[in-house]
Each structure stands twice: as structure tokens, then as C-alpha cells.
Design a protein around this ligand. Structure first.
Ligand SMILES: Nc1ncnc2c1ncn2[C@@H]1O[C@H](COP(=O)(O)OP(=O)(O)O)[C@@H](O)[C@H]1O
Ligand SMILES: [Mg+2]
Length: 418
């Protein structure tokens, strides 16, 4: 093992963890976070040294190792896998800190026993959360027949055929993303005892902002997946998801702007189908523009929300959308209109305008969401759902009710088919 490393050699502080990498200096954020989490009780090893270190009694006290790697290390994947295997055999947990590593490679590392992986640059608190998760024993699971897969979204053992809910803003800024994010979070927390598995897909491929709303990094792998869905399997799809607060799984928009015509209906449906197979609810944030795959999502969706506001622009866009759908003989009646920033119940003239809008478009407005004022923007800026930032916000309460209703309908249907 490397004699040059002071921390590992130090006798005073017992070493609880180690980073393992080609060059830890290339991962300075990891160094910072390790210091925050462990003070001086950690060391650094090269990949070669790690294997030798596991042979020594010093390594018995290790709680975990953090293997930091980037795309260059993929050539050396077998050796890294060996490090993980040996760590696991000794009861040492292995985290993978990965910068631009392909989903296929990550998948292999998870398979040989890596506990989970964290993207690099490390999102705020990501290492801390991973360590916490590692330390908390998994909730009593039904007797496992399959070997325990590592932490993180797991491929579901049965085909779930999740409920597909799409949200499409008919005018920019009408609150589609706000609704998608908060609805997803409310569904993920709707039943404390038996929380449904929820996946949020940001398919607003060019301007998607879910990663901002939930303070998640945008990841390169998303671009790879969308541009080559044929070579993606369920497991690599699952490893491409990020987890928000340990509960909600998110497929962010790609970090690079993706040319819209690069993505076909088949690509989008492949991703949606994989998500549906593994989750109880799949919430999709759609782009405002109608694209060639809008139709496929509309057809597949159980519920397709269209958000509008009480203004001329929304009314005109809604009208255009309805006409376009009808011209293509698409099920325009499937759109469920959500009026955002709806006038208060006490606002009589406002309510009159809502009625007129619905009549002139010949639609019914099924959901009205109140203005949640500044708190809504603030929650978004802080990267948390309203439920976390402003529990009593009127917008939050309405979206919570909507989630409860949707979940109740789902539960009834499930019961009926049993
Ligand atoms: N009901 C509401 N009350 C207050 N602010 C809202 C409400 N709905 C949306 N917002 C804010 O308006 C902005 C645009 O919302 P967003 O969800 O991004 O719209 P879209 O996805 O349709 O473009 C965001 O800053 C959001 O926080
Ligand atoms: Mg949006």
C-alpha cells in the first residue's frame, strides 16, 4: 500500500473509510466531503494498493470505501470490479463516485456488489446521504429470494404497469413543471405505510427544469440513453435515475440540449415503458411544443393534464391544441384541463371569466389550482417540493388533494381487478 499517504499510515485516528482512485486530486469535491463527514479518519489509496490493503489487518476496521472513477477508468473496469468484490467479501461497503461513467459500466459495478453510486461533481449532501443510507439497515423486507441488490432504484421483480400521468403546459409558465414535480412528490408520500413507487420523467428535453426544481444534477447518461434507446435495458435505465429524498426517482432532462428530431416516438415510449414496468406511478413533464411523440404519450397516458391560465394566450393555445389534435383524429377529449392561478372562490367576476373560458373552448376545467404566491417560486429556487418548504401553502394543499384522489382511483381499480 502507498506509504506516502499520511492519513492511512496514521496510527492515531482509526481509518473508517478510504477513497480509492487513480488520482484523488481530480475529485477535490470528494476530498472536501470526506473531510466534512469523517474528519481525519479516512485515507486514500490507488486502485492497485487497495487490493493489497484489503489483505492487511488494518483494513478490518473500514466501514466503507468510496471508489472515484471517470470515463478513463472504464478501461480498467475489471480491476475496479475486483476491488468491489473484495471489499464486499470483507463486509466493507463500496460506494462508487462516478464522473461520466457509462450506465453499462455502472450497472456492472452495482452487480458485483457496489452499494450505490453517486454522480460527480457531487451534489450537495449526496455523500452524506449515501453514508446515512448505508448505515440505516434496510426496512424489514419480505424474505428475500433474490440476492439483495444494492441501494438505489431496483428493477422491480414484477411488471407493475404503472399509471402514466402526463402534464403538458399549453402556454409557457402555466405551471406544468410545478404541477408535475409536486404531484409526483405527493404521490410518493401519499401512503406512509405502503408508499407507491413513483418515477418522474422530464421529457421537456430542451428546457427541462425538474433538475433545478429538485436540486438534482443533470446527467450525461440521459443524453446517451435517449440517443440510443435500443441498447438500453431496464437495469441501465434504473441506474440512470436520480433519487430525491430517498423516495422519488427522477429521469432528468439531458445536460446538453438534445435536438428534438433526434428523439423518436419509439425512444420515448421505450423509456416510458421501462418506467411503467418498475414504478406504480410515472409522471411525465411534457414539452410545451407539440412534437411527433406527443401523440404516443397522449394515447398511452391514463391521465393527460393540460395546464392553462386565465388569459388570452392560454385560451388561444388551448384552442390551437384542440384543433390540431382533432385534425389528426387524436383523442382531444383525453386532455384534462388544469386552470392554474385560478381566481379565489370569493372572486365572483373571476369565476365568471373561468366559466366563459370553459364555454368558449367547449371544455370542462376539472382542476383549479390557486396562486401560491412567492412561496412557490422560493420552493423551486431551494430545490424542494412545496410539501417540504411550505406545507400549508394553498397550492400544495390542492395538489395533495389531487394526488389523494388519483391514488384512491388507482386503488379502487386495483381492487376491482383482483
Ligand atoms: N400556482 C402558482 N402560484 C405561484 N407560483 C406559481 C404557480 N404555478 C407556477 N408558479 C411559478 O411560475 C413559474 C413557472 O412555472 P412552471 O411550473 O415552470 O411552468 P411551466 O412548466 O408550465 O413552464 C415558476 O417559477 C413557478 O414557481
Ligand atoms: Mg416546464
Amino acid at each position: 500500500m502507498s506509504g506516502s499517504n499520511a492519513a492511512v499510515d496514521q496510527e492515531l485516528a482509526p481509518i473508517a473509510a478510504c477513497t480509492i482512485s487513480r488520482d484523488v486530486q481530480a475529485f477535490d469535491l470528494l476530498i472536501e466531503d470526506m473531510e466534512t463527514e469523517l474528519g481525519e479518519a479516512w485515507g486514500d489509496l490507488s486502485i492497485d494498493d487497495a487490493l493489497a490493503f484489503f489483505e492487511q489487518p488494518d483494513s478490518d476496521a473500514l466501514e466503507f470505501v468510496a471508489i472515484a472513477m471517470d470515463d478513463q477508468d472504464e478501461a480498467n473496469l475489471a480491476q475496479i470490479a475486483e476491488v468491489i468484490r473484495r471489499a464486499e467479501a470483507k463486509g466493507i461497503k463500496a460506494l462508487v463516485v462516478a464522473e461520466e461513467v457509462s450506465p453499462i459500466a455502472l450497472h456492472q459495478l452495482l452487480k458485483v456488489g457496489a452499494e450505490e453510486f453517486i454522480p460527480y461533481p457531487l451534489p450537495d449532501g449526496a455523500l452524506h446521504d449515501a453514508i446515512e443510507r448505508m448505515r440505516t439497515p434496510e426496512p424489514a423486507a419480505p424474505p428475500a429470494t433474490a440476492p439483495q441488490t444494492p441501494q438505489g432504484p431496483k428493477v422491480s421483480d414484477h411488471d407493475r404497469e404503472g399509471v402514466l400521468i402526463a402534464v403538458h403546459g399549453l402556454a409557457g409558465g402555466s405551471g406544468a413543471t410545478t404541477l408535475a414535480v409536486n404531484l409526483a412528490w405527493e404521490l410518493a408520500t401519499v401512503d406512509k405505510k405502503d408508499p407507491p413507487r413513483v418515477c418522474l420523467l422530464d421529457l421537456d428535453l430542451q428546457f427541462g427544469s425538474i433538475s433545478t426544481f429538485l436540486d438534482l444534477p443533470r446527467r450525461e447518461v440521459i443524453y446517451e440513453i435517449l440517443s440510443d434507446t435500443e441498447s438500453v435495458d431496464e437495469e441501465s435505465f434504473m441506474t440512470s435515475l436520480l433519487t430525491f429524498n430517498n423516495r422519488l426517482h427522477v429521469f432528468t432532462a439531458p445536460s446538453e440540449m438534445l435536438p428534438l428530431d433526434l428523439v423518436t416516438s419509439d425512444d420515448v415510449m421505450t423509456v416510458i415503458d421501462m418506467a411503467r414496468a418498475n414504478f406504480d406511478y410515472v409522471i411525465v413533464d411534457m414539452p410545451t411544443t407539440v412534437v411527433q411523440w406527443t401523440e404516443s404519450v397522449l394515447t398511452a397516458a391514463h391521465v393527460y393534464f393540460a395546464t392553462i391560465e386565465l388569459d388570452m394566450r392560454s385560451a388561444q393555445n388551448a384552442l390551437r391544441m384542440i384543433r390540431a389534435l382533432k385534425a389528426e383524429e387524436l383523442p382531444a377529449e383525453k386532455l384534462r384541463y388544469v386552470l392554474n392561478r385560478a381566481p379565489k372562490f370569493t372572486d365572483i367576476s373571476g369565476r365568471g371569466r373561468v366559466k366563459k373560458l370553459a364555454e368558449s373552448l367547449d371544455i370542462s376545467i376539472e382542476v383549479q389550482l390557486p396562486d401560491g404566491a412567492k412561496q412557490v417560486v422560493q420552493a423551486g429556487d431551494h430545490g424542494v417540493p412545496l410539501a417540504e418548504a411550505a406545507t400549508k401553502n394553498p397550492l400544495r394543499k390542492e395538489i395533495q388533494k389531487l394526488a389523494q384522489k388519483l391514488h384512491a382511483v388507482g386503488a379502487e381499480e386495483k381492487a376491482a381487478t383482483k
